[in-house]
Design a binder for this molecule. Structure first.
Ligand code: G6P
Ligand code: MG
Length: 223
């Protein structure tokens, strides 16, 4: 039985994935690296520094670690500028109602975002109290597609991994959810996220009545 729903933040709850893209594109332009929305798919769900590495790979550029960190911080400065201007109107349609509905049905509701800005974004959106547990990029060692973030969220929610459904817009996030032994609802394109158990164009379209159909996984053997 599914007992918990774990949500990614950027691109699932709110369109901050767009702001990450715009900030990376601005940095790419400064570095003379061509950078498209298709390239950006590889950056979704992964940590800030891993994203920096991927951007440099795309531009065939090698760079010292401290310089990479400086540029990643610069990108973050722009991202934070965009985010600070955000309002609750930018939450995806139907999401607050869905979170409320899931809780009313007795589901535990968690957030698992690789972003170190997640607490600030939730506060700006007035969603800090919408989740029973929250894991952000400061609490993990390994970035998605490693399952660490979702396993930690399940532990905080006090449920077993196979009792969780993850909502994800990133390929790396879908892979992380499956590696955690969880069911996964992909948010976005079927082509990109076909490994998910179900793919929907938007989060608000999810029908909680279908939760039972996602209960497809077996308990993982205890090591
Ligand atoms: C999320 C986004 C990624 C972003 C990562 C780190 O997973 O999908 O695009 O790079 O968080 O975010 P941060 O705000 O810590 O730079
Ligand atoms: Mg995302």
């Amino acid at each position: 039985m599914i007992k918990a729903c774990i949500f990614d933040l950027d691109g699932v709850i709110v369109d901050t994935a767009r702001y990450h893209f715009l900030a990376w594109k601005r940095l790419a332009a400064e570095l003379g690296i061509p950078f498209t929305e298709a390239d950006n798919e590889r950056l979704k769900g992964v940590s800030r520094l891993r994203s920096m590495e991927i951007l440099l790979e795309l531009g065939h550029i090698t760079m010292a670690r401290d310089e990479q960190e400086r540029l990643a911080n610069k990108k973050n400065g722009w991202f934070v500028e965009y985010v600070e201007r955000m309002t609750p109107a930018e939450i995806f349609p139907g999401v607050p109602a869905l979170l409320k509905d899931l809780r009313q049905r007795g589901q535990r509701v968690g957030l698992a975002s690789s972003s170190k800005n997640a607490p600030r974004v939730l506060a700006l959106l007035g969603l800090a109290d919408a989740f029973d547990a929250m894991v952000d990029g400061t609490m993990i060692v390994h970035t998605k597609p490693d399952p660490e973030i979702f396993l930690l969220a399940a532990r905080k929610l006090n449920v077993a991994p196979h009792q969780c459904v993850v909502f994800e817009d990133a390929e790396a996030g879908v892979d992380a959810a499956l590696a955690a032994g969880m069911a996964c609802v992909g948010i976005g394109s079927e082509e990109q996220l076909h490994r998910a158990d179900l793919v929907l164009p938007t989060t608000g379209e999810f029908d909680p009545a279908t939760l039972a159909t996602l209960d497809v996984r077996q308990p993982r053997p205890t090591p």
